[in-house]
Design a protein around this ligand. Structure first.
Ligand SMILES: O=P(O)(O)O[C@H]1O[C@H](CO)[C@@H](O)[C@H]1O
Ligand SMILES: O=c1cc[nH]c(=O)[nH]1
Length: 257
């Protein structure tokens, strides 16, 4: 087996560059905006789709690292971040709503993800569920309530094809995609996005804490207005609030130990 290099090949960082707590948006352009919610925000590095800023919350080092689109690049980010010492990850993303009652602008706090993608099959058989960490889910829910954000708890569909979600009819495998979408809906999936399954499966394997909070931009099951892509204040505040809750709880647990 090849050892991990000292400087990680893709994220371009080494031990000490980030702390334990990391936010993971897909879009590299969202990192600077998220970092503004930290104290002492600082740009660290950029390589390919991986942009990193660090800062502090309650005096603790935190980071935001973009994953790019999809599970392949996300799995690489999580692998390399775990190798340099991170152990708590929250995906901060956008998604499409999958249940008629969801209102664009509300949040989906993920308890798990449907593994409708190929990357995690390189890690665990498909029967293994992609689940979020209970402590992270609880912290996200508390933070959403503190921020007065409407939210729904549930599973996302983590898929490989954005256009397979939005224009399934034009795909040669249309009937397959439509039938499976119907099944995900009947099973109660709340939203569709592209990275959570990889984060959750790697979290299980490496015994690190993972979760995700997704802005519901539009509802595919109840067409109506979309929220603007840039309007992520509630989503980011909820993720940052959850990190603060986890930092405080971790400190108390360390003192009690
Ligand atoms: O909002 P982000 O985190 O970029 O994520 C969502 O947006 C992208 C698709 O437009 C996919 O990466 C999907 O998961
Ligand atoms: O509908 C959507 C919105 C954001 N990201 C997705 O993958 N799907």
């Amino acid at each position: 087996m090849n050892e991990m290099p000292e400087v990680m090949h893709h994220i371009n960082m080494r031990k000490g560059d980030v702390g334990r707590y990391v936010l993971l948006p897909g879009d590299p352009g969202r990192c600077e905006k998220i970092a503004q919610y930290f104290d002492n925000p600082q740009f660290v590095t950029q390589k390919r789709e991986y942009v990193t800023y660090t800062g502090t919350l309650l005096g603790e080092k935190v980071a935001v690292v973009s994953t790019g689109i999809g599970c392949p690049s996300t799995a690489i980010a999580v692998e390399e971040l775990v190798a340099i010492g991170a152990d708590t990850f929250i995906r901060v993303g956008t998604s499409g709503g999958m249940q008629p009652e969801l209102i664009p602008g509300e949040l989906a706090i993920l308890t798990g993800a449907i593994r409708d993608e190929g990357t995690t099959l390189h890690y665990l058989p498909v029967e293994f569920p992609a689940v979020a960490d209970t402590e992270v889910v609880t912290a996200l829910r508390e933070a959403a309530i503190q921020n007065q954000c409407g939210y729904h708890l549930g599973v996302s569909q983590s898929k490989d094809s954005f256009y397979g979600q939005h224009q399934p009819e034009r795909m040669p495998v249309a009937s397959h995609l439509l039938e499976r979408w119907k099944a995900w809906k009947m099973g109660g999936a709340v939203c569709s996005e592209m990275e959570a399954a990889a984060i959750f499966i790697l979290g299980s394997i490496y015994r690190v804490r993972t979760g995700g909070v997704m802005l519901i931009m539009a509802n595919q099951e109840a067409p109506g207005p979309r929220v603007v892509y840039d309007d992520l204040h509630g989503t980011i505040s909820t993720a940052v609030g959850a990190l603060k809750i986890l930092i405080e709880r971790d400190r108390k647990a360390a003192q009690a130990a």
